[in-house]
Write a protein that binds this ligand. Structure first.
Ligand code: GBH
Length: 503
């Protein structure tokens, strides 16, 4: 009986990671498999986030977010010394975005709400009607044009006033976020039917509370980052429960979360290593919400407990969520949002890497790229479409084929209108999604990142992900379609993967 279980388990692992030692990603293409058309109800769209496009950082009563404060106080940390003060000025020129959305004929538009625009101090008593008016306008205009709004509640722009209490390092954030989220349900839930609580907890917690490369610049690797994840998962779970108990009956929407992850490959095809790496990359956040048993992956809890003991700590740096929270968080999502950009090979380094302690040290592998992979302008972004197909199959098998929405996928360059590499990237990645669907994966939507060129965080305006270029020299910030926009429009129209020489 036991050997049978072990055999089935290892077969499942081989199915997920592939039994052959793979060579992947070398020419940024992917062979089609199965039905060439997307299902009828599959939704195509594009994504943006508030701080990256809106500008109007202090207009009409908006409060300060940690990104306003950080870019103003630390322009030296931004590649071109820039900030999101004006960005693409979408706050003033939403009509230009709407025109692009209509031109593409997207089915949905994913954007985020700036917490400080509607609650300047973060607390819901500090309500700002002008900010509320702006998002009402955006939502109403989308709906009037047959475009479904998909709303991210939090895309990194925490109110400074909330950070004063510790932000995600303090469990107070659970109530603070919950109150904010409840107001969003009340204000917009009659029209918004797809809610994403958090965009990329990894990118909130590791740079923000671990290695301190992004605001709020708390440096506590292997400690603060795990605290942040724990509090964030609780805030997410509580928000989901609130929606289901108080708003779902009337509003009938879906609530989920967006996680970012790549997939992993191994030159030596060590399937156990691959399974372990995926627990650290995706499982840490997905297992508590989407697995049958809930809580953090047991391999992480036991390994980090052991590491913590070796460091002489009385408490493990990452602890179980406990019975109460495990129950609240388990099953607390109607779909899984995935931001996929790239993948890596993993290797066991000869000697331990990363600070002691740190998440990097706990993870223990070295993530490496293949020099043959095509690279974007962003130094971390390589074209590995196989990774997306594999990832979707991994999620299918690991999390009971939960509904997946690809909430971001895209490529950066210097802003050329003839962005052929972007076209190649979109072609191979949309193909990856279609192949996965043909293989039984429950993927319901795809969002390209991004509608327009925007403020790329620490990289300022030096790396461009937009389908549309934005004239940053003109006060109006006119948008111009790139080749990738024309190609994506063809994808949407044909609901298939057209040849790139058609554009
Ligand atoms: C997304 O984050 C954001 O949601 C979006 O706002 C942003 O503009 C967009 O992507 C483009 O960056 O070197 O392998 O360790 C992407 C987050 C950034 C996560 C790079 C992984 C390092 C990968 N990714 N990061 S690696």
């Amino acid at each position: 009986m036991w050997s049978l279980i072990i055999i089935t388990l290892s077969l499942a692992t081989i199915e997920q990671f592939g039994s052959e030692a793979l060579v992947v990603g070398t020419n940024c293409t992917l062979a089609p498999k199965g039905n060439p058309k997307f299902p009828k109800d599959f939704s195509f769209g594009v994504s943006t986030s508030a701080y990256q496009i809106e500008g109007a950082w202090n207009a009409d009563g908006k409060g300060l977010s940690i990104w306003d404060e950080y870019t103003h106080n630390h322009s030296e940390r931004i590649t071109d010394g820039s900030n999101g003060d004006d960005a693409a000025k979408s706050y003033y020129n939403f009509d230009l975005d709407l025109k692009a959305l209509k031109d593409l004929k997207v089915n949905h538009y994913r954007f985020s709400i700036a917490w400080t625009r509607i609650f300047p101090s973060g607390e819901t008593v500090s309500r700002n009607q002008k900010g509320i008016d702006y998002y009402n306008k955006v939502i109403d205009k989308l709906l009037a044009n047959g475009i479904e709004p998909m709303v991210t509640m939090y895309h990194w722009d925490l109110p400074v006033e909330i950070q004063k209490f510790g932000g995600f390092a303090n469990s107070l954030i659970i109530q603070q976020f919950l109150q904010y989220a409840e107001e969003l349900f009340k204000l917009f839930g009659d029209r918004v039917k797809t809610w994403i609580t958090f965009n990329e907890p990894n990118m909130i917690c590791k740079p923000g509370y671990g290695i301190a490369s992004s605001p709020p610049l708390v440096k506590a690797p292997g400690v603060g980052d795990y605290m942040c994840f724990t509090n964030l998962l609780k805030a997410h779970g509580a928000t989901y429960r609130l929606y289901r108990s108080k708003y779902f009956e009337k509003q009938r929407g879906k609530v989920g979360i967006t996680l970012d992850t790549g997939f992993v490959f191994s030159k030596l095809n060590k399937t156990d290593d691959l399974a372990r790496a995926m627990q650290y990359k995706l499982g840490m956040l997905a297992h508590p919400i989407y697995s049958k048993s809930g809580d953090f992956p047991s391999i992480m809890l036991s390994e980090i407990k052991k590491n913590s003991q070796v460091e002489g700590r009385k408490q493990p740096r990452l602890s179980s969520l406990g019975g109460y929270w495990t129950d609240i968080i388990r099953g607390s999502a109607d779909f899984l949002g995935i931001n996929y950009y790239t993948s890596r090979y993993i290797e066991r380094p000869a000697k331990a890497i990363g600070e002691n302690p740190s998440m990097e040290r706990d993870y223990g592998f070295e993530d490496i790229f293949d020099p043959n992979w095509q690279r974007a302008k962003s130094n971390w972004l390589y074209c590995v479409p196989e990774g997306l197909e594999r990832l979707l199959k991994y999620i299918r098998d690991e999390f009971n084929n939960v509904e997946v929405k690809i909430t971001e996928n895209g490529w950066s360059d210097g802003g050329e209108l003839n962005d052929d590499n972007s076209v190649r990237y979109y072609k191979s990645h949309v193909q990856a999604v279609l192949n996965a669907i043909n293989d039984g994966c429950n993927v319901s939507s795809y969002s390209a990142w991004s509608l327009i060129d925007n403020f790329e965080w620490n990289k300022g305006y030096t790396e461009k992900f937009g389908l549309y270029s934005v004239n940053m020299k003109s006060p109006k910030r006119e948008r111009t379609p790139k080749k990738s926009a024309i190609y994506y429009k063809k994808i949407i129209k044909s609901r298939s993967v057209p040849n790139e020489d058609e554009v």
